[in-house]
Design a protein around this ligand. Structure first.
Ligand code: PLP
Ligand code: COI
Length: 334
């Protein structure tokens, strides 16, 4: 289940920028958490929306930092292109990020609390439509909320099951962060929760054979000879955490890694399994249920497998600036 520590708490300020007559205005910090739109706005009728997710961390030295926000700006541009929305220039994305974080500085959880400030940039089509067509006016917002763990802390590791439903089609929108991908996951997620699972693991929608990802995070496996494996697919979100974990595993932890198509029939060969994502961080997977068969993974290191724990410690230390990360990974807000 999602944790109560990952819920919306309105912050004093949000960054708001509007696109009209073919151009963005300068944007401003607003104290108003509400958006008033025409009932026929494209976001209501045809769900024209996309979003991002990143975090600001308070370090031991009292600095405020973000982890690889350039990649969020780039991925949002990819989402906008696919959703026929205007791109927010990278410099503007950074300006909004710094402004909204500093304006809400008091909301950033203390160092050592295991919390961070979740930042949710999003864009919606605001002008009215009736026939199917993209909006011509848009609103970009960056909102923030203090968060802790994404999954319920009462269970140290999480429980997944293979979903009977599909998440993304081969040439659909699975590789971008469109709101529609999450809308369609609500029903299968409700069923998963009713049956006692934390999340669904989706398979490819063509053959129902290859592992894709969960509703809100990428997945990885660790073999008995300590190799890290990531499922490859063109219909999963290119997770920034995953790309970072792959690099850190190779360069910092001396592990071999591989990205390839992974069949659901091979997962009982692995000793550890984890989810990776901004909200999930590194969440250890204790079991995956496949058609009534339970595959169990090592969670003996306080809910984690040994390698999962090393990966989590490494990335978190870099995110909180306790360990030097690769050049350019940390954006210093203050
Ligand atoms: N996959 C999905 C479907 C997600 O929603 C997310 C969250 O952003 C991820 C993966 C993880 O991506 P990232 O590590 O960039 O947060
Ligand atoms: C994130 O990790 O930032 C996401 O957007 C995932 C979502 C399920 C909260």
């Amino acid at each position: 289940m999602s944790s109560k520590n990952f819920s919306y708490k309105a912050a004093p300020y949000r960054f708001v920028m509007k696109f009209t007559d073919g151009r963005w205005d300068d944007g401003y910090l607003s104290e108003d958490p509400n958006i008033v739109l025409n009932e026929s706005a494209c976001v209501f009728q045809y769900s024209q929306s996309c979003f991002e997710g990143l975090k600001a961390y308070r370090t031991k030295e009292g600095r405020i930092v973000c982890f690889r926000p350039d990649l969020n700006a780039e991925r949002m541009a990819d989402s906008c292109k696919r959703m026929v929305m205007p791109i927010v220039p990278k410099e503007k994305f950074f300006e909004a990020l710094d402004q909204v974080i500093l304006a809400n500085e008091e909301m950033i959880p203390e160092y050592g609390s295991n919390g961070s400030l979740y930042i949710r940039p999003f864009m919606i089509g605001t002008s009215s439509v009736l026939g199917v067509s993209p909006a011509t006016e848009f609103e970009f917002r960056m909102i923030v909320s203090p968060v802790g763990s994404y999954f319920d802390e009462r269970a140290k590791s999480i429980s997944l099951r293979i979903s009977d439903y599909d998440r993304a089609a081969p040439k659909g929108t699975g590789h971008i962060k469109a709101g529609i991908n999450y809308a369609m996951s609500l029903y299968p997620l409700q069923i998963a929760h009713e049956e006692g699972y934390d999340e669904n693991l989706y398979l490819d929608s063509r053959e129902h054979l290859y592992i894709e990802e969960t509703g809100g995070a990428n997945i990885f496996f660790i073999s008995h000879d300590n190799k890290l494996l990531f499922p490859e697919s063109s219909s999963i979100l290119p997770s920034i955490t995953r790309r970072s974990v792959k690099y850190l595993a190779e360069e910092y932890l001396g592990l071999r890694t591989e990205e390839r198509q992974m069949s659901i029939n091979e997962i009982d060969k692995f000793k550890e399994c984890g989810l990776c994502g901004t909200a999930a961080v590194i969440a250890p997977v204790g079991n995956i249920d496949v058609n009534g068969r339970r595959i169990i993974f090592d969670t003996s290191a306080d809910g984690y497998g040994e390698i999962c724990k090393k990966i989590r410690d490494c990335i978190q230390k870099i995110q909180y600036c306790e360990l030097d990360g690769p050049e350019g990974w940390i954006h210093m807000v203050r």
